[in-house]
Write a protein that binds this ligand. Structure first.
Ligand SMILES: Cc1cc2nc3c(=O)[nH]c(=O)nc-3n(C[C@H](O)[C@H](O)[C@H](O)COP(=O)(O)OP(=O)(O)OC[C@H]3O[C@@H](n4cnc5c(N)ncnc54)[C@H](O)[C@@H]3O)c2cc1C
Length: 395
């Protein structure tokens, strides 16, 4: 590594493409390692890509070891932020709760409990009475119980983006906004820097953190990354008095049979923030809101918690998940182009994965080894078999 003060103009140890959910923490952790870093983004300020579309749910209670270990690290970073930096990023440690009404959902959730417990996750099946305490006013008709994981929580995506930006800037990181990367400089199989709409910047390390645009950046290096944009809608209410703490996931299909998991929570301002997963993925970059989103949400919310029938909606939006064919993220060093790294394909969990990804990628880049177990990290490889879905994703 070359020390910061010995760098010539426009030359850095590393360039991060994208000031989003994963690029910002990566820049922060690279500056903590003493590296000089430039972050480039086509948007006007930090977190303006898909980061701000997220509803802020943060959980480690997945079934995949890579996501579990990275999210455990993310939670530690988010939860400890106020104590370490003295700034509130909207952390609410209210856990995640999956209330269950169907036998098949109970089986699915209880089947993965042993794996989750083997990673030390604090999650259990609880009976209907506990669910009623956690979610006052929940529809009791047919309620079987559910899972509750008190260690999970919620964070404000915009507050945390702004904090990673500020803290990294204070440690010398440079940011250039409104400056999209238009090309990569590659010589003899090595990355040498990037070209933007306004200039040329040099570095021996370039990190692709371009979210739903990651494939375009890969193609600039002749690398075809199987990441496609898949659109999802979200919305937020006016603030109201806090009456539940967990982020809630209802796994039942919604009215009309077009939607599956429905997620919502009450944020640090008392606003209810929500989204759902369509059964059929909606591939493409169309971000216009649909006329079916709110009627489906309203039905689902009122069915689950009837007292929410008077809730006022403040706004809705549509964002893009950067999807991989197998739903697992990609963290790797590109073998064909030395110095080119990928932290892409964050799917629907890039916000919660961000700090863990940033920490591990910074370690990988600066020392050659990630912070988590190498075997687990390698399950996230760009060179894994994506199965049949790969060809489909690249269409
Ligand atoms: C409705 C909805 C709800 C969600 N809820 C959650 C949730 O509760 N929890 C969770 O973990 N995730 C959630 N997500 C998913 C989450 O938003 C994404 O997984 C995450 O933001 C992706 O992070 P990223 O850093 O890869 O992309 P981004 O945050 O989009 O960052 C990529 C950045 O790259 C920049 N960029 C692109 N091309 C270029 C270029 N050529 N040059 C320079 N810069 C470029 C973009 O402007 C952008 O700022 C949700 C998503 C949606 C749509």
């Amino acid at each position: 590594m070359v020390m910061m003060n010995s760098k010539s103009k426009n030359t850095y140890d590393a360039i991060v493409i994208g000031a989003g959910s994963v690029g910002l923490p990566t820049a922060y952790f690279l500056t903590l390692e003493g590296w000089s870093v430039l972050v480039l983004d086509g948007e006007a300020s930090p977190g303006q890509g898909q980061n701000k579309a997220a509803i802020g749910g943060v959980r480690a209670t997945h079934s995949d070891p890579g996501k579990i270990t990275l999210c455990l690290q993310s939670i530690e970073i988010f939860e400890g932020w106020r104590e370490k930096h003295g700034v509130d990023i909207g952390w609410i440690g209210g856990g995640y709760c999956f209330p269950v009404y169907r036998e098949e959902d109970e089986k699915l959730l209880t089947d993965i409990l042993p794996t989750q417990k083997s990673y030390g996750l604090d999650i259990d099946w609880v009976g209907p009475d506990r669910i009623k305490e956690l979610i006052p006013g929940i529809n009791e008709n047919g309620l079987r119980g559910g899972t509750y994981s008190p260690g999970d929580g919620q964070v404000s995506p915009l507050k945390s983006a702004s904090e990673f930006w500020k803290q990294s800037k204070e440690r010398g990181c440079e940011y250039r906004f409104g400056e999209p990367v238009t090309g990569l400089l590659i010589e003899g199989g090595r990355i040498k820097g990037v070209k933007t709409s306004k200039g040329v910047y040099n570095a021996d390390v370039v990190v692709n953190s371009a979210g739903s645009e990651a494939r375009k950046i890969g193609l600039m290096a002749g690398i075809d990354i199987p990441v496609v944009p898949d659109s999802h809608e979200g919305g937020i209410s006016a603030p109201m008095e806090r009456f539940f703490d967990p982020l809630i996931v209802d796994m039942r299909p919604g009215p009309g049979g077009k939607t599956k998991n429905f997620y919502f929570g009450q944020n640090d301002r008392g606003q209810v923030i929500f989204c759902y997963t369509p059964i059929e993925p909606i591939i493409g970059t169309n971000r216009s809101c649909t006329s079916e989103f709110m009627p489906i949400i309203a039905r689902r919310l009122i069915d689950l918690i009837p007292r929410l029938k008077n809730m006022l909606i403040r706004r809705v939006w549509r964002g893009l998940y950067p999807m991989t064919p197998d739903g697992i993220i990609i963290l790797d060093r590109v073998r064909e182009v030395e110095g080119f790294y990928l932290e892409v394909g964050m799917c629907g969990q890039g916000f919660m994965l961000g700090p863990g990804v940033g920490l591990n990628m910074a370690k990988l880049i600066t020392s050659g080894e990630p912070a988590i177990d190498r075997e687990v990290f390698d399950t996230l490889s760009f060179y894994r078999d994506f199965g049949k879905g790969r060809a489909e994703a690249l269409k």
